[in-house]
Design a protein around this ligand. Structure first.
Ligand code: GLC
Length: 636
């Protein structure tokens, strides 16, 4: 059965296997799989044939690190662990804390009969965001606004270094969702509503994994050594197309629409050697993706020739049935037979392993299906070099939050900003702001708050407001350090009308927006600017010339208030380097960002995407005013 998936590249694989036939000392006491000079496929087949069913099923099992021990790993031949959102060895854990934890787990795996190393995965989705003092890059929606694939590749490379610094060889990124409705709580994880932008941003895979050398087998998982990490294209497929953006819900679209809108970036990631693909919680026309043989096996593994491993989402198989986990035996059978290779269980390993063992012994799941899954997992582990280097070290510890990475993140912030309005009429632009002036007001809840500017998936799963969860520069910090020393900068979160009337300000920067969220928690049907942000905008802007900087994972309702604003900047979720906002506000760099998503007038227009027959946006996909350095110089 496995040979059917590899037919299109059989010539390449035959070549690899022929190498094995001609060069391998077949009688070498069966140690082929331990010999890094042997072809990967030869090592895979050699190891596979040695493995018991228990060892095979253990490889297909991924568990959460919490409450995990080396003993459990050893006794159950566990193949993978993960950190779920916010799951850390301890608060403010250092690189050493991470490396020690992972090496302890690895000892359990390496002490098994065959010594198959675990692969540890984490959601490094905008930098190594679980980790204290790591560089936090703008979320994907902001990177989509940059339209800069090379920037995204460099971000991938920087992220890989910080992930490896903590001993982790696998990141659950990029999310290549094509978000079609901003009411979806994960829309900020999507680069764009337009698949062509998402396709460009698959350069993150190359940044994370490295560039495969010329002549490397096509569509074959690749990893460029100990400074790179295995990537994960997610969530296959159609996660961004659900009804009303309801998370994990149903994507109602015909086959052509699925292929044209939600599928195109997957072949790009496969061509770039992506090691893994994660399945979406959502359904396609009522069929759960986690149980969809046609899309997972026939299409992804057959037509697209994907040769890495397919992993479930967190308790993704439990949600095949409703209420979830109500028929776990069916969940296991349906998902494995659909073509999933590794299951993010992530806790009830005895139940999962017991049921899958029973299903194989009763032939409800074939051994060839198990062998296909395990071969794929071993392939990625061999390519990742884990057999040669199972243990992590601290050689990259200084990469975490390094100056270079923070400068890269600051560049990304600059390129992500989209200027939507500049002056109440076109011949009186407000931006770039003058660095020299008397007194400047910085207002708003999001002006001086790293947690708010980072958004979800930062230190904790949902993100947390505040300045002491990690390090970086707030937007206020950036403004203070950018303006002329003689300019007085005053911060007020939500200034009163009286204060504003009593104090003469030359202009105000008002920074407001959404509070952090992730996944279903972020689903939102009204998309209004949360209070007191809206009040702050209205109070300040009716008294002072104001530029509003909106911190959000998506477009929000602004049409009714636009006329109050002298200027408006969409800053998305910029991450830890807020200084990048000031770089552009004050003209050291131009505004270049372009909307990666349609900016609606009213929520009742949704879903509304570029190319729709009836398209009546406030600001269209691709919109973005520009400023020029010359203007900046004049403004000083
Ligand atoms: C989450 C997300 C997925 C993430 C996984 C592990 O529920 O859906 O994107 O990679 O679980 O944290």
């Amino acid at each position: 059965m496995a040979s059917r998936f590899l037919a299109p590249t059989m010539s390449i694989l035959v070549g690899i296997l022929l190498l094995f036939v001609h060069t391998s000392p077949v009688g070498a006491a069966g140690e082929v799989y331990k010999d890094p000079n042997q072809p990967v496929e030869a090592r895979v087949q050699d190891l596979l044939q040695k493995m018991t069913l228990a060892e095979k099923i253990g490889q297909m099992t991924q568990l959460e690190r919490e409450n995990m021990t080396a003993e459990i790993i050893k006794n159950n031949f566990i193949g993978s662990l993960l950190s779920g959102g916010g799951s850390v060895p301890k608060t403010n854990a250092t690189a050493k804390d991470w490396v020690d934890m992972i090496n302890e787990f690895q000892k359990g795996a390496m002490s098994t009969r065959l010594g198959i190393p675990i692969i540890y995965g984490i959601d490094a989705v905008h930098g190594h965001n679980n980790v204290y003092k790591a560089t936090i890059f703008p979320h994907n929606v902001g990177l989509g606004a940059s339209r800069d694939p090379d920037l995204v590749k460099r971000i991938g490379a920087a992220t890989a270094l910080e992930v490896r610094a903590t001993g982790i060889p696998y990141a659950f990124a990029p999310c290549i969702a094509v978000c079609r409705d901003p009411r979806w709580g994960r829309c900020y994880e999507s680069y764009s509503e337009d698949h062509t932008v998402v396709q460009q941003m698959t350069e993150l895979v190359t940044g994370l994994q490295g560039d495969a050398p010329s002549g490397y087998p096509e569509d074959y998982p690749y990893l460029g050594g100990k400074t790179k990490v295995v990537a994960c294209a997610k969530h296959y497929v159609g996660d961004g197309g659900t009804v009303k953006g309801i998370n994990e819900n149903n994507t109602l679209i015909d086959w052509k629409g699925l292929l044209d809108i939600h599928m195109p970036a997957y072949p790009d990631t496969i061509r770039k050697g992506v090691g893994t693909v994660m399945i979406s919680y959502s359904s396609w026309n009522g069929k759960k993706m986690h149980a969809n043989y046609d899309l997972v096996t026939t299409h992804l593994k057959g037509v697209l020739k994907f040769k890495g491993f397919v992993i479930s989402d967190w308790q993704g198989i439990d949600r095949i049935t409703y209420p979830e986990h109500s028929n776990y035996t069916y969940s296991v059978e349906a998902s494995i037979n659909a073509g999933l290779d590794m299951i993010m269980v992530p806790y009830n390993y005895n139940e999962f392993i017991g049921i899958l063992t029973q299903l194989v012994q009763k032939n409800y799941v074939s051994m060839s299906r198990i062998d296909d899954a395990v071969a794929r997992i071993l392939r990625v582990k061999f390519v990742a070099g884990l057999f040669e280097n199972p243990y992590a070290d601290l050689s990259l510890a200084d990469q975490i939050g390094s100056k270079d990475h923070r400068e890269l993140a600051r560049e990304a912030v600059r390129k992500s900003l989209v200027l939507l309005k500049n002056g109440k009429n076109s011949n009186s632009p407000l931006l770039p702001l003058p660095k020299k002036s008397g007194k400047v007001l910085v207002a708003g809840s999001h002006a001086n708050n790293i947690g708010l500017q980072c958004g979800g998936w930062t230190i904790t799963w949902h993100g947390t407001p505040g300045n002491n969860y990690t390090t970086g520069t707030t937007i206020f910090d950036g403004i203070k350090s950018t303006v002329d020393p003689g300019t007085k900068v005053i911060y007020r979160n939500n200034p009163s009308d009286k204060f504003l009337k009593d104090t003469k300000f030359d202009y105000a920067v008002v920074v407001v927006g959404e509070v952090p969220y992730s996944e279903t928690q972020g689903d939102n049907l009204n998309l209004t600017i949360p209070q007191p942000g809206l009040d702050t905008v209205q109070t300040v802007c009716k008294n002072i010339k104001c530029v509003v900087v909106l911190i959000s994972g998506r477009p929000l309702v602004i049409e009714p208030y636009l006329s109050d604003m002298d200027a408006l900047v969409a800053a998305w979720l910029p991450g830890s380097e807020g200084k990048g906002v000031a770089d552009v506000l004050f003209g050291d760099f131009p505004f270049t960002g372009k909307l990666p998503r349609t900016w609606f007038k009213r929520v009742d227009q949704l879903p509304m995407n570029v190319g729709d027959a009836h398209y009546d946006p406030l600001f269209p996909f691709g919109f973005g005013l520009e400023t020029h350095p010359a203007a900046a110089a004049k403004a000083q």
